[in-house]
Write a new protein. Structure first.
Length: 97
């Protein structure tokens, strides 16, 4: 009976820890302008404001775009709002609006 109690306590603790580990904030969009688009290489050059989630100042840089739906929304010269993150160690645009 004591073993079942300890098991239940451990399970409750594990579930509680997993719940608190979930991210509680939505992705933060950053404003930018598409400077160059390379659809074959799936890359986009963006002049952007500070990327707070990556602790980067405003600059112009190249990002990967893994999602074809995101890539299709990009046009050179367009003002955009986007989310970038590190995906497999590469800076990647993950969302666009």
């Amino acid at each position: 009976m004591k073993t079942i109690g300890k098991l239940f306590a451990a399970l409750t603790l594990a579930v509680s820890a997993a719940t608190f580990a979930l991210p509680t904030h939505a992705a933060e969009f950053t404003k930018g302008v598409v400077k160059k688009l390379d659809t074959k290489a799936k890359k986009v050059t963006i002049a952007h404001e500070d990327l707070k989630n990556l602790d980067m100042p405003a600059m112009t840089m190249v990002f990967r775009v893994n999602d074809d739906a995101v890539l299709a929304k990009l046009k050179e010269g367009a003002a955009i709002e986007f989310v970038a993150d590190r995906v497999n160690g590469k800076l990647t645009v993950t969302e666009i609006k």
